[in-house]
Design a protein around this ligand. Structure first.
Ligand code: NAP
Length: 300
């Protein structure tokens, strides 16, 4: 069965639009997300554009700050400081990757944790590890939402995560090992130094792949009936396509679909729920700033 990220994203957007209506009914402004985009990288432009568009669709405010590729680190940090201090903005994301002359870690740490709706700040990462309420990084949060909404059993399962990035693989492994639902898995986190990777992937009840290597996982690497979550998105050159490229996941979808109990497509899978998870975090950031006495009938 295909895990339809598009359908889930539409459901979540409808819920978020309702939250905006409830805020308005309580005399409160909608959540507002600011995004900083440095340079003109094609993929980053696309991601930021769809985040901004999604904000508009559900009634969130949004601000896009575009800075040239040669912007100094100091100017970028200054821009972050001014958004940090702006009470009309609840969430701030700085689209990665940044040009080489800018220290990404420094930038990530400059966004105050209260507005860090990407969940990249060390304070928020630490809270995630401890299982405290925080902004969970959008891709893993979206995957958890997908598992929940499809009512997929996770307790006692072997979850194998391929890739240990700070934004996907590592938080994913952490969340799946938590004593909660989705979670309670026995987790194996694999990376480029893992020996005999296939022995792990073949024993996975739930396989989450975040490598950035198109169609790396083939049918012979997957157990019959496994749940397969494909995080990878890579632009692969294709002269027959009007855009000159096609998007490929890390999983050979056509051959694995027959074997898996559930599988996410690319596109239309994890990418969709990543965006809605970011919006859910932005709503949370907004609600964190509203006194409870000012809110009636909120579900969040
Ligand atoms: P990343 O930082 O690029 O890291 C890749 C990870 O894969 C590393 O941990 C690396 O191991 C591991 N790896 C690479 N080759 C391997 C191999 N042959 N065997 C085992 N492990 C291998 O990862 P990322 O930022 O998480 O991105 C991964 C993919 O997800 C990309 O295609 C990205 O575009 C996509 N992505 C999609 C979304 C979405 O919304 N759908 C969001 C974020 C990322 P080492 O650590 O040992 O180097």
């Amino acid at each position: 069965m295909i895990l339809n990220g598009k359908k889930i994203a539409e459901e979540i957007k409808a819920e978020l639009a309702n939250e905006v209506r409830l805020l308005a009914a309580n005399g409160q402004r909608p959540p507002h997300l600011a995004a900083i985009l440095v340079g003109n990288d094609g993929a980053s432009e696309t991601y930021v554009a769809s985040k901004v568009k999604s904000c508009e669709t559900i009634g969130f405010g949004s601000t896009l700050v575009r800075l040239p590729a040669d912007v100094s680190e100091e100017q970028l940090l200054h821009e972050i400081d001014s958004i940090n201090a702006n009470d009309e903005i609840d969430g701030l994301i700085v689209q990665l990757p940044l040009p080489k002359h800018i220290d990404e870690q420094k930038v990530t740490e400059r966004v105050i944790p209260e507005k860090d709706v990407d969940g990249f700040h060390p304070v928020n990462v630490g809270k995630l590890v401890l299982g405290l309420p925080t902004f969970v990084s959008a891709t893993p949060k979206g995957i958890m939402e997908m598992l929940k909404r499809y009512d997929i059993e996770t307790s006692g399962k072997h979850c194998v995560v391929l890739g240990r990035s700070n934004i996907v693989g590592t938080p994913m492994a952490n969340l799946m090992s938590r004593n909660s639902y989705p979670g309670n898995c026995t987790v194996t986190l694999c990376h480029s130094r893992t020996k005999d990777l296939v022995s792990y992937t073949r024993s996975a009840d739930i396989l989450i792949v975040a490598l950035g290597r198109p169609e790396f996982v083939t049918a012979d690497m997957v157990k019959e009936g496994a749940v397969v979550i494909d995080v990878g998105i890579t632009r692969v050159e294709d002269s027959t396509n009007p855009r000159g490229y096609v998007l490929k996941g890390d999983v050979a979808f056509d051959e694995i679909e027959k074997k898996a109990s559930f599988i996410t497509p690319v596109p239309g899978g994890v990418g969709r729920t990543t965006i809605t998870a970011l919006l859910q975090n932005t709503l949370q950031a907004r609600l964190n700033n509203v006194k409870p006495s000012k809110l009636h009938n909120h579900v969040s």
